[in-house]
Design a protein around this ligand. Structure first.
Ligand SMILES: C[S@@+](CC[C@H](N)C(=O)[O-])C[C@H]1O[C@@H](n2cnc3c(N)ncnc32)[C@H](O)[C@@H]1O
Length: 275
C-alpha cells in the first residue's frame, strides 16, 4: 500500500477476505459451534499475572521485537483493576498488527487511539510499528502504570521515512467524550480495544466510546472513516452476543477469519460507522 492510502481504504481492500457479520445470534452460533475451541490453548486470559515486568516478544513473521511491560500484580483481582495486568488478547492483537504491518499495511501516517489500554501493549506495539501518533487511554488509576510503560518503550522518533512518531497516555472514561482534547485533537484513523468486554455491563460503554471516537471524524475529511479494531477473547456466549448486537446497531462489522495469528479463542473485529 502506498503511504497516502488511508487505513479505511486498506481495510476495505482486505474486507473481501473477512467474515461479514450481519446478525449477533448467527455470529455467536458460528463462533461457538464451528470456530471456537478452548482445547489445547495454554494462552488464555492473563499472560503472567505474578510478575512485575514482562518482556513480550512480538513476532510478525520474519521480524520480531520486544516490548517491556510493567504490571501491578498486587492489585490484580480488585474490582476495576483488570488493566493492571496484561491480557493475552493484547499479545494476539499485537502480533496480528505486526504481521499485517510487515506484509501489507502501512501504519506510518496513522493517528491511533487505544481504549482501555491497561498496560498498553497494543498501543505500544503500534508505536513501535511506526504509527505517527498513538494515544493510549484508560481510567485515571491506570495513568501511572501506562506512563511508566511508555517511558520504557518510546522509540526516539523516527520511522523509515524520517517522520517523527509520538506516543502519549491520557484519561478517557467511556460514556462521555474524553475530557482531554488530546484524544480527539486530530482525525482518528484507527481506534483499538483489546479484551475490554469482560462483563455485560461494560459492553454498552465501550460501544458508546467507539461511536464517539468514530463520529468525531467527519466522513468528508481526507482519509475517510475511522476504523475500529476490537480484539476479544471468547468467554461467555451471551455477553459476546450482546456486545456484537450493540456493535451492529451502529457499525458495519467484519471479522478476521481464523488463521495462525487469530486462533479459535479470540475474535478480531473491524468496524466502521454505518452510512
Ligand atoms: C481486561 S482489561 C484489558 C487491558 C488491555 N487492553 C489488555 O488487553 O491487556 C480492560 C481495560 O478496560 C478498562 N476499562 C474498563 N471500563 C472502562 C471505562 N468505563 N472507561 C475506560 N476504561 C475502562 C480497564 O481499566 C482495563 O484497563
Amino acid at each position: 500500500m502506498s503511504s497516502s492510502t488511508s487505513f479505511y481504504a486498506q481495510i476495505l481492500h482486505d474486507a473481501d477476505e473477512m467474515v461479514s457479520v450481519e446478525d449477533a445470534e448467527e455470529e455467536v452460533c458460528d463462533l461457538y459451534s464451528v470456530y471456537y475451541s478452548r482445547d489445547s490453548h495454554d494462552r488464555l486470559d492473563l499472560v503472567d499475572p505474578g510478575k512485575t515486568e514482562l518482556e513480550i516478544e512480538i513476532e510478525g513473521g520474519k521480524r520480531s521485537f520486544v516490548v517491556t511491560i510493567g504490571q501491578n500484580p498486587n492489585i490484580n483481582g480488585e474490582l476495576g483493576q483488570t488493566g493492571a495486568v496484561l491480557w493475552n488478547s493484547s499479545v494476539v492483537m499485537s502480533e496480528y498488527f505486526a504481521r499485517k504491518s510487515y506484509s501489507s499495511w502501512n501504519l506510518a501516517d496513522l493517528n491511533i487511539v487505544e481504549l482501555g489500554s491497561g498496560c498498553g501493549l497494543v498501543g505500544l506495539t503500534l508505536h513501535r510499528l511506526g504509527a505517527r501518533r498513538t494515544v493510549l487511554t484508560d481510567q485515571p488509576r491506570m495513568m501511572k502504570l501506562l506512563g511508566r510503560n511508555i517511558d520504557r518503550n518510546r522509540v526516539s522518533a523516527v520511522s523509515k521515512r524520517d517522520k517523527t512518531t509520538e506516543v502519549l497516555a491520557t484519561e478517557y472514561v467511556w460514556g462521555a467524550l474524553p475530557e482531554d482534547q488530546e484524544v480527539l485533537r486530530e482525525p482518528v484513523d484507527m481506534v483499538v480495544a483489546s479484551d475490554c468486554v469482560y462483563h455485560e455491563s461494560v459492553a454498552p460503554l465501550l460501544v458508546s466510546a467507539l461511536v464517539d471516537v468514530c463520529r468525531s471524524r467527519s466522513t468528508s475529511e481526507a482519509g475517510g472513516r475511522t476504523v475500529g479494531v476490537i480484539g476479544q477473547e471468547l468467554r461467555s456466549d451471551l455477553v459476546h452476543q450482546a456486545f456484537v448486537a450493540q456493535l451492529l446497531e451502529h457499525f458495519v462489522v467484519r471479522r478476521a477469519p481464523v488463521s495462525e495469528s487469530v486462533d479459535r479463542v479470540y475474535a478480531l473485529y473491524f468496524v466502521w460507522l454505518r452510512e
